[in-house]
Ligand binder design. Structure first.
Ligand SMILES: NC(=O)c1ccc[n+]([C@@H]2O[C@H](COP(=O)([O-])OP(=O)(O)OC[C@H]3O[C@@H](n4cnc5c(N)ncnc54)[C@H](O)[C@@H]3O)[C@@H](O)[C@H]2O)c1
Length: 316
């Protein structure tokens, strides 16, 4: 009997078609928004493929019954109860590295925008205003220090791009010892978290959301930033205390921030971030480009197909 695969969020059509050659695929990018139907359709599938919005835990895990694999079209696994899934014999496969370039380019782009402050004047210039004096105080990136918190795939690629632009790069990652060769190979200096916060002109977050990293960047840590420094968060919303960040921006202690991820998504009305200055907000798209969607989807299609094949071989 053909094995069934359920895909609950958007995936590149070519990768879906590739899976459909060997499996019975139900692909519905809006299924995530209809939890009752999702639960029904989960029964009896061999594999589930999700992005970051499908919460794979509790009832849904139970409904997956004898499924073998969960493919994650992206990297962070905070929407999946990995321990419970693995306890049920499910393999959880993330697309590590496949969207790193999209995120790293977002980091560089927002760092340019926030440091320079001069690229968003089209409306004023088109209206005949000439805000040249007001915009003449922008900063350059070359020679500045980028501090990366988390030095995995995305942190390392961001470092490479930044070094190419003449930034100095420092990073904090408790999983990589200060004597690891990686630091010298990458041209990046390891730092304790406190030292990094006091030294960086731009702080960019590239660590997972875990109980230990929740609210890592809180009011006390924001107070350790250099005056006028910039924060970029493409990791997970829960890592930053949004109310404390809004306050630091309103008080002018930070030079700006770019946030792609939020404690609650979509960002609820009335968020303290709504009227904070020098703030770029994007709807969790740092890792999503046309190219990365193709790479992420192809990687997960191949990995899920291989894992199902392997599981069938073991069973045979
Ligand atoms: N916004 C987006 O579209 C988007 C896209 C991809 C990934 N992400 C997020 O970015 C995060 C990083 O992705 P990645 O591919 O680089 O993951 P990765 O697993 O390659 O690297 C994460 C690194 O964080 C480190 N880390 C863990 N705890 C830490 C701590 N307390 N302080 C500092 N470092 C710590 C780990 O040791 C690891 O090296 C993901 O967990 C995900 O949440 C967001």
């Amino acid at each position: 009997m053909t094995q069934r695969i359920l895909i609950t969020e958007f995936m590149d059509e070519a990768a879906v078609a590739q899976l459909a050659r060997d499996f019975e695929v139900h692909y519905d990018p809006t299924l995530v928004d209809r939890p009752a139907e999702l639960l029904e359709r989960a029964a009896g599938v061999a594999a589930l493929i999700v992005r970051n919005r499908t919460q794979v835990r509790g009832e849904l895990l139970a409904a997956l019954g004898a499924a073998k694999v969960i493919g994650r079209l992206g990297v962070g696994l905070d929407n999946i109860d990995v321990a419970a899934a693995e306890g049920r014999g499910l393999r959880v496969i993330p697309a590590t590295g496949a969207n790193a370039l999209a995120v790293a380019e977002y980091v560089i782009a927002t760092a340019f925008l926030l440091r320079r402050g001069a690229f968003l004047s089209s409306t004023a210039v088109a209206a005949g205003q000439w805000p040249r004096a007001a915009l003449s105080d922008g900063g350059e990136l070359g020679g500045r220090t980028l501090g990366l918190i988390g030095f995995g795939s995305i942190g390392q690629l961001s470092a490479r791009l930044a070094r190419g632009l003449g930034l100095k790069v420092i990073a904090h990652d408790p999983a990589i010892s200060d004597s690891a060769e990686l630091w010298a190979q990458a041209g990046v200096a390891p730092r304790a978290l406190d030292a990094l916060l006091g030294e960086a002109d731009i702080v960019s977050l590239h660590l997972p959301l875990l109980p230990s990293t929740r609210n890592l960047i809180d009011a006390a840590r924001l107070a350790q930033f250099n005056p006028g420094a910039i924060l970029i968060n493409t990791a997970r919303g829960g890592v930053v205390d949004e109310a404390a960040l809004a306050e630091a921006l309103k008080a002018g202690r930070l030079g700006g921030a770019a946030l792609d991820v939020f404690g609650e998504e979509p960002l609820p009305a009335g968020s303290p971030l709504a009227d904070a200055p020098n703030l770029i907000l994007t709807p969790h798209i740092a890792g999503v480009t046309r190219e990365s969607n193709t790479r992420v989807s192809a990687l997960i299609a191949d990995a899920v197909a291989a894992a199902l094949q392997e599981a069938s071989n073991v069973a045979a």
